[in-house]
Design a protein around this ligand. Structure first.
Ligand SMILES: Cc1ncc(COP(=O)(O)O)c(C=O)c1O
Length: 317
């Protein structure tokens, strides 16, 4: 199973801040791979779709918030690969649908809404049973594609970038929600390389435990792993900007300037926060002279449309 992809370009960032720090800065533009199923989404979905096909499921069911990149990508991937899709959305239905959910419906996804209390039970056997009873045999993909299939796909993200660059980067930086992507990256690095994750949620330190358990469970499974022990990884929790999907003028201005200077659009929920964090750490001398950094552009740009609409509404009040 494969999508027709553009190979993700590796783009060097010629920034005065990086030059001053003596650091080489590259971005892996996963956002450019495919118009709809891009970023880390394809990697988290790929082995889930394969397992669903192998087991002869015809329907995928997954979970997400109303602006979820994962819902958007699953709807499109399901349509491309001939699955029926059901999106279980957190909270109440709001009409008209926002651009994310509107796109999902256009791709053929059936939307179902769960109140927040029920939604919290999304990973419990009781809710799974309820959903199976309501919708029949469905292949369930957890929120954000966060399972071992998702980790497996993410072990494949940077191999090409290393081949294109002709050398291994010292640090791989990634925005972090469920930490599935980080876990896959950590499993695919050589000794001496380090994965650095920037949680976009407030108090993201709890993710350390999540990462440990994803890595332990992955290595205990029979899924293939490039290396038998994960590379070192680190969480940097200071760049959440108030929490998930929270932004301020400084972040918006940074995104705008970064796009103007380097031609790289950033999404406000994930990549803008990580890029801001990296540039700030460069100014603080966090990295050594001679270090090379690879920043993963994990996509998510579809979410900017909805976010910009609500920011505009907010500024008109
Ligand atoms: C654009 C984008 N970047 C980064 C992430 C974080 O990935 P993960 O949940 O694997 O930590 C997500 C969430 O899936 C995302 O949508």
């Amino acid at each position: 199973m494969s999508l027709t992809f553009l190979p993700p370009p590796l783009q060097q960032i010629n920034s005065e801040i990086a030059r001053h720090a003596g650091v080489e800065l590259y971005v892996l533009r996963l956002d450019l791979m495919h118009p709809w199923v891009n970023g880390n989404k394809w990697f988290k979905l790929k082995y889930n779709l394969l397992e669903a096909k192998e087991k002869n499921f015809t329907t995928l069911l997954t979970f997400g918030g109303a602006y979820s990149n994962h819902i958007y990508a699953t709807a499109a991937a399901g349509n491309i690969f001939g699955f029926r899709t059901i999106g279980v959305i957190r909270g109440e239905e709001r009409l008209p649908l926002n651009p994310t959910l509107n796109f999902a419906v256009q791709q053929g996804m059936q939307l179902v809404y769960l109140n927040r209390e029920m939604y919290r039970q999304r990973n419990t056997p009781a809710l799974e049973e309820y959903l199976q009873q309501r919708f029949g045999e469905v292949f369930i993909i957890p929120e954000g594609g966060s399972n071992l299939n998702g980790v497996r796909g993410c072990t494949e993200i940077i191999a090409d970038a290393m081949r294109t660059a002709g050398y291994a980067f010292d640090h791989i930086c990634v925005a972090c929600g469920t930490a599935t992507t980080l876990a896959g990256i950590a499993l695919s690095l050589h000794d001496g390389q380090r994965a650095i994750a920037f949680p976009v949620l407030k108090n993201g330190a709890f993710l350390a435990q999540e990462i440990e358990s994803l890595l332990t469970n992955y290595l205990a499974s029979d899924l293939p792993s490039p290396y038998t022990s994960p590379a070192s990884w680190e969480l940097i929790c200071d760049y959440h900007f108030g929490g998930y999907a929270k932004v301020n003028d400084e972040l918006l201005l940074f995104s705008q300037q970064f796009r103007e200077e380097h031609g790289v659009p950033l999404d406000y929920v994930y990549t803008a926060k990580m890029f801001y964090g990296v540039m700030d750490l460069l100014k603080q001398g966090f990295f050594y002279k001679g270090d090379s950094l690879l920043l993963l552009h994990t996509g998510g740009l579809q979410g900017n449309i909805g976010m910009e609409e609500s920011l505009q509404r907010f500024s008109q009040i």
